[in-house]
Write a protein of this length. Sequence first.
Length: 574
Amino acid sequence: MTTLEFKPQLIATLKNYNRQKFMTDLMAGIIVGIVALPLAIAFGIASGVTPEKGIITAIVAGFIVSVLGGSKVQIGGPTGAFIIIIYGIIQQYGMEGLTIATLLAGVFLIMFGILHLGTIIKYIPYPIIVGFTSGIALTIFTTQIKDLLGLVMEEVPSDFIEKWGAYFRALPTIDWWSAAVGVGSVILIAAWPRMTKFPVFNTKFSVFRKLPGSLIAIIVMTVAALLLKQYAGVTSIETIGDRFSISSELPGAEVPALSWETMKALVQPAITIAILGAIESLLSATVADGVIGARHSSNTELIAQGVANLASPIFGGIPATGAIARTMTNINNGGRTPIAGIVHAGVLLLIFLFLMPLAQYIPMACLAGVLVVVSYGMSGWRSVLGIMKNPKSDIIVLWVTFLLTVIFDLTIAIEVGLICACLLFMRRMAETTEVKVISDEIDPSEEDSDFQLGNLEHLTIPEGVEVYEINGPYFFGAGNKFEEIMGALGHHRPKVRIIRMRKVPFVDSTGIHNLTNLCLMSQKEGIQVVLSGVSPQVQQTLHRAKFDELVGSDNICSHINLALDRAKELVNEK
């Protein structure tokens, strides 16, 4: 029976907690909270919801992930990876549909953790992860062009190619003030890390070095837009307040009406949210482990992510997962326990309660610039270039996943990408399995423990005996290789066929089926089959399939010496 693996890191870290650790976590939590603010607002708006829903998600999910999570430094909240999925669900099913899909995703994540699937999810091929991450990055970038340039468009098409066509047609309507704010935000965010190295930031203003470039861009561009409106009469720069009504009131808990038909329709997007959330959170935790020299509990982390995604929609939030950028910000600023993540949620709560009305003055072009920088960071173009040097199968999986993510959607991309990866993996495994014929003698230099100790001379294969050797797993991908070998040999018929299986780690039902057909065919031709070097695991599999009854237990030998002796006896009998 599977035991529940749920060991929150908060409990373990509090045993030896002290004031010094708290002060370090406090500073890290404050900084991460400030970093998370512009991202939460931008992710919320880009997902098709109001900005406060992004912050609520960061507060609720960030708190729960830190309290219940299996990583010491994981920071939870909304991420760019969910933008496209959330937007699509809202367009098709509305906000209530998104709430139900997020609740279902939370249930699936908890099930993943209970069933110990945390380690299995880590085996999703790297090209698939890079492919859909890069695809999401390009899609996010594409969705921000309208706000970045201030284009006047009645409706933005959902299709990727049609969307770019509409953008080009709308270029004459570009608002140059909005474009200046958007492009200026991108430049400022990109240049901020270098600007903090100037001497002025190394003195009494050194606190500025801790502030993220996205927050600096929002402050600068918001002030610039207000000044332009007040003193230059520029009113064309759209702000959050022009599009949304901002509220700083905490929403009450509300569970939507759950109907069986709606739940069935939302199972597939919910599974996509759950799988993507699991992958991103576990990747973030793994990266964090490598930096701080710790080890997270993957199944505990999945359960915590599930609870977070159950709580977030009840309070009006959206799907959440572990955020790599915010987690690394936490680590780089000294956070080493879940207390830092709890402080981060508290900081966001205070900002939400007391400063949220100021968000209405933030230019939409500035938020678009923030997301353009986020999409660049997500693109992983260096990883893409690295994979391009790998085997062709990895390149095919990468581009199939990328193109399907961009042109269709993430659900199809993950499904087809996994199928392609599995098929190409099976082909690669089949290529590693070799079947060869030895008709003269066996060289002891090529032998291992299967060769009888002390007998270092060449073993001569008796007349009327052929030796076949299988190197590698004998499964359905390699099952037809014997038939190919037989076809190449033509009508040559020995009296005994020895099949060496010393390098066969496992055999599946297709391998057993092919071996059975070989034995039956050989018996019709008056040829006896002898197995050599069968491992205990493979021998047990053959016994369960009653293969030993077909070939005869005397004809299954532990090593080649015994198999050759047995072959001599059979030849003499014939």
